[in-house]
Design a protein. Structure first.
Ligand SMILES: *[C@@H]1O[C@H](CO)[C@@H](O)[C@H](O)[C@H]1NC(C)=O
Ligand SMILES: *[C@@H]1O[C@H](CO)[C@@H](O)[C@H](O)[C@H]1NC(C)=O
Ligand SMILES: *[C@@H]1O[C@H](CO)[C@@H](O)[C@H](O)[C@H]1NC(C)=O
Ligand SMILES: *[C@@H]1O[C@H](CO)[C@@H](O)[C@H](O)[C@H]1NC(C)=O
Length: 268
């Protein structure tokens, strides 16, 4: 009951704060498929849905659901599925739940092949260390995460999307050629060369990339507006899906011969 009351309260509060009622609740993962056989969850889901609906439609709210208490540290061992993670018993929460160490250590960008042939991340010369709610359980419900990106000399963080987050990035070492592309129909490329101390923003859901312009390694740190921003690397998703998208489909989509599609698919 307590949880339901908190959710009801949050729904009402959010409704009161929301000038308009439109939009679906923000997802905290790729999928959260309804389990309509669960008695227990039904009431909470409806209330959570209402709270998230109201939060999503409120322009002043952060995108992830707001915390309803000081913290809701992720209990990722729970077999109850909610949007995000269920909270740990607050009495069992420790400082380590809010802590990560070693973000200062350079990551490996040199292994050109990688142990997994499908893992193309370091073939292009970059390595992303993402601190989401899986790595720092204390981030659960707080709507924020962080990443360190290492770039090999002339390394690329290839075109990708964060489906659930805007990214704000600062360069710690080196200089990067960065950019994003706006949505249809304009598809306008917005780019800039950013150097140590510069900051650049990649709006949520837009395709973006960073390329190291230097002959030395570069490093950047990003803040992301979701506890679980998600990453869709365009080439890997389109040409490396499991199972593969048919080369007939991709040949038509990219308006090239199927042989060219097969050649690209072989790299992912
Ligand atoms: C629950 O899901 C089943 C299968 O998808 C569907 O047939 C049924 O109508 C659903 N019941 C409710 C109450 O939504
Ligand atoms: C990133 O760096 C870590 C630590 O150096 C390494 O274990 C990992 O394999 C690297 N990942 C990629 C994709 O290169
Ligand atoms: C957090 O990021 C890691 C690495 O990118 C990913 O494997 C994991 O699934 C993410 N956490 C969640 C809850 O999706
Ligand atoms: C669960 O938490 C542990 C320890 O913090 C972490 O190693 C693991 O990757 C997490 N799993 C998920 C699915 O988030």
């Amino acid at each position: 009951m307590a949880a339901s009351y908190i959710l009801l309260l949050s729904a009402l509060l959010a409704l009161a704060a929301s000038p308009a009622m439109a939009g679906d609740p923000s997802a905290l993962q790729d999928l959260c498929v309804a389990d309509n056989t669960s008695d227990d969850m039904a009431a909470s889901y409806v209330l959570l849905l209402a709270a998230l609906l109201a939060l999503a439609s409120s322009p002043t709210m952060a995108r992830d659901p707001g915390a309803l208490q000081d913290f809701c540290v992720a209990d990722n061992t729970s077999d109850v599925f909610v949007n995000g993670f269920v909270c740990k018993d607050p009495k069992l929460v420790k400082a380590e739940d809010f802590f990560f160490s070693g973000l200062d250590e350079p990551r490996d960008t040199t292994n050109k092949v990688g142990s997994n042939p499908r893992d193309t991340a370091n073939k292009v010369g970059s390595n992303v260390t993402l601190l989401n709610a899986s790595r720092i359980p204390g981030l659960n419900t707080l709507g924020i995460s962080m990443a360190r990106v290492d770039y090999a000399p002339f390394g690329l963080n290839p075109p990708h999307i964060h489906p659930r987050a805007t990214e704000i990035q600062t360069v710690l070492e080196g200089s990067l050629y960065v950019g994003f592309v706006t949505s249809n129909p304009d598809n306008r490329l917005v780019t800039k060369v950013v150097r140590k101390g510069d900051v650049f923003v990649f709006p949520q859901g837009l395709i973006h990339f960073q390329f190291n312009l230097g002959a030395k390694p570069a490093v950047a740190v990003s803040g992301l507006s979701s506890q679980n921003p998600g990453v869709i690397t365009i080439a890997n998703s389109v040409f490396g899906s499991k199972p593969a998208i048919s080369d007939d489909i991709l040949a038509k989509a990219f308006q090239v011969d199927k042989k060219i599609i097969d050649l690209i698919q072989a790299h992912f």
